[in-house]
Design a protein around this ligand. Structure first.
Ligand SMILES: Cc1cc2nc3c(=O)[nH]c(=O)nc-3n(C[C@H](O)[C@H](O)[C@H](O)COP(=O)(O)OP(=O)(O)OC[C@H]3O[C@@H](n4cnc5c(N)ncnc54)[C@H](O)[C@@H]3O)c2cc1C
Length: 310
């Protein structure tokens, strides 16, 4: 019996891989699904393909717009992505695990040497600049784009999800949010391009928050870590869920085939390191005044493809 700690994207992907290989699995998930979660809910087309057969029905997303105070770079996605709420997606994954015979325990589990560790980001106490994520769903007209509005080191993403809703999700410095009493409506009203975009939309849920956020590899020293428990990529890349599916599946395979932890970690590093390096270059570049003009010249493959796991 393999224990999987955490039942979201990475944990469920690992469990499904093990179940398909005939292994018995118990998933420990400490929260009750379905539940909303702070996430842009942009599911990369490759992740949709890897989760194939799950009947993921969300909103179709075919293009990206990167916007820096009026300078815009728009391009078609190499393959259509899906906008789907974590409320629906994580529940669908849980149902699939249970349908294939996995045991689902709604309680906290403990990471150990033989376990698949998919508990997501660990809380970290970062000193200095702390970033927080926020998200809410809106009603109103929808399109087929994921639009990212950059503001300093932060951004706000806008994209459709199922049911004709629009997800508005972003990252900002704690001090900026504190200055408006964590009133995200007020915060976004102060950014003219975002405010204009949200003009015809009406918020349909309270703002949710998460943080502080820490980007990069995580020091998880036991078991087979996957997803955000292994490393947390800059959310503006919209590739975190893809990374969780890819590394979750790999962790399932590694345990099923009896790989040593070191071998598994090496394979993960090969897959993730280039995307991490490129994402961190892009994050640092966000503050350079010339970057919007440079981005306009860059091919989509560089801006999008290079930030994804190999
Ligand atoms: C602001 C923001 C926007 C983002 N936008 C996007 C986006 O648009 N597209 C994208 O692809 N990615 C996005 N991401 C990243 C994405 O949300 C994560 O990469 C993804 O959720 C990782 O999945 P995971 O399964 O590893 O972890 P999680 O989704 O965090 O799941 C971990 C699960 O483990 C459970 N758990 C924790 N501890 C225990 C325990 N001890 N026992 C049992 N259960 C436990 C938790 O309850 C949780 O359900 C965004 C992230 C942020 C912060």
């Amino acid at each position: 019996m393999v224990e999987v700690i955490g039942g979201s994207l990475a944990g469920a992907s690992a469990a499904l891989e093990l179940l398909r290989r005939g292994r018995e699995v118990t998933v420990y998930e400490k929260t009750k699904f379905p539940r909303h979660k702070v996430c842009g809910e942009f599911l990369d087309g490759k992740a949709v393909e890897l989760l194939g057969g799950l009947g993921i029905e969300g909103a179709r997303i075919t293009e990206t717009a990167l916007v820096w105070r009026g300078v815009e770079k728009r391009f078609a996605l190499p393959r259509a992505a899906v906008g789907i709420s974590r409320y629906r997606l994580d529940q669908a994954l849980k149902e699939q695990v249970c349908a294939l015979g996995g045991v689902w325990r709604e309680e906290a589990g403990k990471a150990h040497a033989g376990a698949i560790v998919a508990h997501g980001r660990k809380p970290v106490s970062t000193r200095g600049e702390r970033l927080f994520g926020y998200k809410a769903h809106f009603a109103g007209p929808v399109n087929e784009a994921v639009e990212l509005y950059f503001e300093g080191v932060g951004y706000t993403g806008v994209n459709p999800v199922e049911g004709g809703r629009t997800n508005v999700c972003g990252v900002a410095k704690e001090e900026q949010l504190r200055a408006v009493g964590f009133d995200v409506d007020r915060f976004l009203a102060g950014q003219s391009h975002v405010a204009k975009r949200l003009g015809g939309l009406e918020r349909r849920m309270d703002w949710l928050f998460t943080g502080p956020l820490f980007y990069g590899p995580v020091e998880e020293t036991v078991g087979y870590p996957c997803g955000d428990a292994l490393s947390f990529v800059d959310p503006f890349t919209g590739s975190g869920m893809l990374g969780a599916v890819v590394t979750g599946k790999l962790a399932g395979r590694a345990v099923a085939e009896g790989w040593r932890r070191e071998q598994y970690m090496r394979e993960c590093a090969k897959m993730l390191a280039p995307a991490f390096a490129w994402s961190s270059v892009m994050r640092k570049a966000l503050n350079w005044p010339g970057v919007p003009y440079l981005a306009k010249l860059m091919p989509a493959q560089v801006l999008y493809g290079w930030s994804r796991p190999a």
